[in-house]
Write a protein that binds this ligand. Structure first.
Ligand code: F0G
Length: 446
C-alpha cells in the first residue's frame, strides 16, 4: 500500500505506433538516443528519476548555498551519521564521482579488486587506476531460475583463492555492492557482510560497501535472514554498513534525490586524502559538486528511505510488477530484486540468435509495442562476458502507478505473442571504448 499521494502531475503521452517506429530508427535502435518525451513509461533507470517528497522540496527552499561550511552540508553529514553510521563524509556530484575519489586513492597499477559484481562505472574506475576488477558472485547468481535468498552475495572462497594466486598485497580493497545491481538487484546478507569483514582483515584490505541501494537491501534482510524479522528497518540498514571501512554512495538511488553522492570513511587519514582529491575533481569538501539545496534534499531523503512506510511500498511495487509479468508468462529473473525486474531475453525471444542481441532486440520491441523504455544488460552492454541475456525494467521511486505497471505487463505480453516474426539486430557503428558501447552504438535490423 502506498503511504503517500501525488500532488504534481507530469504529462506523458503514448506516440502512435508509426511514430514510435520512426523514433526507434532515428535513434539507431539504441534507446539511450530517444527523447524522453517520446517515451510513455520510462524504466531506463531508477537513478535520479524518482519523485521527491514535500519535505524534501521544503528542505530545498531552505538550502544554504555557502561555498564553505554550508548548513545544508551539515544536515547531510548528520543524516549520513545517523542513518548510515559514518561521521566522515565527502560529498560528490554523484556516485561515480565518489568512485573516482575513493578508488583513485585505494587502487594502483597491477592491483586486483574483488567485488560481488562490479557495476559498469565501478569497473571502469578500477580499470582507469590500473587495477583489475574481478567479479566474485556466488554460485547460481547468474542463473535466472536458481533459488536463493541472497543471490547478490560475494563468494568469499573465490576471493581467498584469488588472493593465493595474485599475492594478497595486490588486493587493496574488497567491494560489496548492495544490492547487487549488475546481478539483477539481488540482496546481500548481513552474514555475508560479516564474512567479508573477516576476509578484509585477513588480507589487510579496505572493506568498501557500494551503498547505492542499502535501504532496499535492509528490506530483504528483514524478510529473509534469520534473526532480523522483528528488527526495525532503520536499525538493519545501519547494522549492515557498520562493518565497512568506507562507503561509496549515489544519492540518486536510496538518497531519494535527483543528483548527488558521497564517500564516507572511518579512517581520519583516508578522510583527509579524500577531501584533497575531492577538491581537485568535485568541489570544496562542504559541497563537492552539489548545490546546497541538493544536499538538503538528500539529507531528508536518506531518512525517508529507511522508513517502514516508504520501503514496504517501494520494494512491494517492484515485486508486484515481477509477479504480474510472471503470471502473464513473461520469463523473468527470480527472485525479483529490489529496484527492478529483469527479463530473461534468451527465453523471451528464443528465435533470435545470441549474436543478434536478443536483449537489445527485446528492449526495442518493448518500445515499439508500448513506448516502454528498459535497458539491456547482456551481450550488448557487456561484450565478451559470459552473462545471462537480461533486460532491466527499473522502477523510478514513488513515480509510476498501478495502471502504468499494467501497461508494461500488457506490452511485454504482446511482444511475446508475436515473437515468431521478430529477428535480431546488428551493430552499424560503435565507440572506441567497448565497455561503454551500449550508451552510444548504433544498430539496425538484420
Ligand atoms: N554503483 C552502482 C551499484 C550503481 O548502480 C550506480 C549507478 C553507480 C554506482 C554510479 O552512480 O549514477 O550516481 O554516478 N547506477 C545507475 C543505474 C546509473 O542505472 O543503474 P551514479
Amino acid at each position: 500500500m502506498f503511504s503517500y499521494k501525488s500532488s504534481m502531475a507530469t504529462p506523458i503521452r503514448l506516440l502512435p505506433r508509426e511514430q514510435r517506429e520512426g523514433r526507434l530508427r532515428e535513434a539507431g535502435y539504441n534507446v539511450f538516443d530517444l527523447g524522453a518525451d517520446d517515451v510513455f513509461v520510462d524504466l531506463l533507470t531508477d537513478s535520479g528519476t524518482g519523485t521527491m517528497s514535500d519535505a524534501q522540496w521544503a528542505a530545498m527552499v531552505r538550502g544554504d548555498e555557502a561555498y564553505a561550511g554550508s548548513r545544508s552540508f551539515e544536515r547531510l553529514r548528520a543524516a549520513v551519521s545517523e542513518v548510515m553510521g559514518f561521521d566522515r563524509v565527502v560529498p560528490t556530484h554523484q556516485g561515480r564521482g565518489a568512485e573516482n575519489v575513493l578508488y583513485g586513492l585505494l587502487v594502483g597499477e597491477g592491483d586486483v579488486v574483488p567485488n560481488n559484481t562490479h557495476f559498469d562505472t565501478t569497473r571502469a574506475h578500477v580499470a582507469e587506476n590500473g587495477g583489475d576488477p574481478v567479479d566474485c558472485p556466488v554460485e547460481g547468481a547468474d542463473d535466472p531460475d536458481a533459488e536463493g535468498a541472497f543471490k547478490g552475495n560475494l563468494d568469499v572462497e573465490t576471493v581467498r583463492t584469488l588472493a593465493e594466486d595474485v599475492d594478497a598485497e595486490r588486493i587493496p580493497a574488497i567491494v560489496l555492492t548492495m544490492t547487487n545491481n549488475s546481478m539483477a538487484g539481488q540482496p546481500v546478507s548481513v552474514a555475508n557482510v560479516e564474512e567479508t569483514r573477516a576476509l578484509a582483515n585477513e588480507l589487510d584490505a579496505t572493506f568498501v560497501i557500494d551503498a547505492c541501494r542499502f535501504a532496499e537491501n535492509a528490506h530483504f534482510v528483514r524478510r529473509r535472514e534469520d534473526g532480523y524479522a522483528d528488527r526495525p528497518l532503520a536499525e538493519i540498514a545501519h547494522e549492515q554498513l557498520s562493518h565497512a571501512d568506507a562507503l561509496v554512495m549515489s544519492g540518486k538511488k536510496d538518497g531519494l534525490a535527483n543528483v548527488g553522492g558521497f564517500v564516507a570513511v572511518r579512517d581520519s587519514d583516508l578522510f583527509d586524502r579524500a577531501k584533497q582529491r575531492a577538491i581537485l575533481y568535485e568541489g570544496f569538501p562542504t559541497y563537492g559538486g552539489m548545490a546546497g539545496r541538493d544536499m538538503a534534499a538528500m539529507a531528508v531523503g536518506l531518512r525517508e528511505a529507511v522508513t517502514e512506510e516508504y520501503l514496504e511500498a517501494r520494494v512491494g511495487q517492484v515485486e508486484r510488477l515481477g509477479e504480474r509479468l510472471y503470471e502473464a508468462g513473461v520469463p523473468i529473473y527470480t527472485p525479483v530484486g529490489g529496484h527492478a525486474v529483469y527479463l530473461d531475453a534468451e527465453r523471451a525471444l528464443p528465435d533470435v540468435p545470441p549474436k543478434a542481441f536478443p536483449g537489445q532486440t527485446l528492449v526495442c520491441e518493448l518500445y515499439r509495442e508500448g513506448g516502454v523504455r528498459g535497458v539491456e544488460l547482456g551481450s550488448f552492454a557487456f561484450p565478451g562476458a559470459d552473462r545471462p541475456e537480461l533486460v532491466r525494467l527499473a522502477l523510478p521511486r514513488r513515480t509510476y502507478h498501478d495502471e502504468h505497471l499494467e501497461h508494461v505487463v500488457e506490452t511485454a505480453a504482446a511482444v511475446l505473442e508475436r515473437r515468431e516474426g521478430i529477428d535480431g539486430l546488428e551493430i552499424v557503428s560503435e565507440p572506441e571504448n567497448e565497455s561503454l558501447r551500449h550508451f552510444s552504438a548504433e544498430l539496425r535490423p538484420r
